[in-house]
Design a protein around this ligand. Structure first.
Ligand code: NCD
Ligand code: ZN
Length: 345
């Protein structure tokens, strides 16, 4: 039995760090475990320009705890009006690492998102040309599509046709939640990969709905049936280079989650690696953990791997019921549970 595991330092390829006092409260949790993170641009207003991304990057760096060694990788929020030249300029200047496609209305702060991918055709052509990654929130938003089917329908209606037209575009299917998504990514070319969150490996929709409504298990895309969770666990732990770590840590104040219209998002940053590692251990795939957490992401993005190492030991970690932040509380993923690994740094 492995009692301690030392791996190349991981990165988080999808995180919401927020802004202002919330940013100050949460960024240290991500910087403690990860060397770099792809930072989502869904602020209000969204990060749509090179100047805004540069300013946000500076605010993130200023909010880091003393001595933290962490590099935020910035993304450009695509709208119907995004200028292809702005995207090219930001990528070439090393400000934008990727662009983020939010179908308008799909999730938190996505109102300015894209209403039809035809509207960003020029941007996507430039991205394919320069080898820039498109991070995709893969859900349709039509009222006639059931929320549990929105990822599968997005593949059919949007993503498959998009890749047919732009077969070289590098796409990360973010926070994959379905068996259909796994099959699509597996059968696509090497230019298509996916991130997987800890929550979608641990919970299915029962966690949200059995024994009462549990807002802290609610995120988007929503957790689905057990067969989907099992498909995600197989994919994440398979050793395939197409799947990598992206927490989608998305903090919302306790009162915003425990509400008549609760916000979507799970705050998993504080114990993300412990959470993922327990899944790999249960699947008998600890030897694939380093690839998922630390190698597949940089390889896909064409970035160097981290050279330093982190260690996790087999020891009980008690996840607190709540974490203070911005004058309120955040309820972390696994709140009140005991995890069997501990991150040592
Ligand atoms: C995210 C948020 O709160 O910003 N919420 C979530 O449930 N994951 C947005 C997103 O990634 O969909
Ligand atoms: Zn997200």
């Amino acid at each position: 039995m492995t009692d301690s595991l030392t791996i190349r330092r991981p990165d988080d390829w999808h995180v919401h760090l927020r802004d202002g006092a919330m940013l100050e409260a949460v960024v240290g949790h991500t910087a403690r475990q990860f060397a770099r993170a792809i930072v989502m641009p869904n602020l209000t207003p969204p990060v749509t320009t090179v100047a805004a991304a540069q300013a946000y990057r500076e605010r993130i760096i200023a909010a880091l705890p003393e001595g933290a060694d962490f590099t935020p990788l910035m993304t450009c929020y695509l709208t119907n009006n995004t200028d292809p030249d702005e995207v090219r300029r930001g990528f070439e200047a090393g400000v934008f690492t990727a662009c983020k496609l939010y179908p308008a209305g799909a999730t938190t702060n996505s109102d300015s998102g894209v209403t039809d991918v035809a509207n960003i055709r020029g941007v996507l052509e430039v991205m394919a040309e320069i080898g820039m990654v498109l991070c995709v929130h893969g859900e349709v938003t039509s009222a006639d599509v059931d929320i549990f089917d929105r990822e599968a329908v997005f593949i059919e209606r949007t993503l498959a046709p998009l890749l047919k037209g732009l077969p070289d575009l590098k796409v990360v299917f973010e926070h994959l939640t379905s068996e259909e998504g796994v099959q699509f990514v597996e059968s696509a070319g090497a230019n298509v990969a996916a991130t997987i969150t800890p929550q979608h490996l641990h919970i299915n929709r029962n966690a949200m709905l059995v024994g009462g409504m549990r807002p802290h298990a609610y995120c988007l895309p929503v957790a689905k049936r057990e067969k989907h969770r099992l498909a995600l666990r197989r994919a994440a732990t398979s050793g395939s280079p197409k799947f990598f770590l992206g927490t989608d840590s998305a903090p919302h104040a306790r009162e915003a989650k425990e509400s008549a219209c609760g916000c979507a998002g799970i705050f998993n940053a504080p114990f993300a690696l412990e959470s993922y590692l327990s899944v790999f251990e249960d699947e008998g795939a600890i030897d694939h953990f380093e690839g998922f957490a630390s190698e597949n992401g940089p390889r896909f993005y064409g970035l160097p791997m981290n050279e330093d190492r982190v260690t996790l030991e087999r020891a009980q970690t008690e996840v607190p019921e709540a974490i203070k932040a911005d004058g309120t509380q955040l309820v972390p993923f696994h709140a009140g549970e005991k995890l069997r690994w501990r991150f040592l740094g």
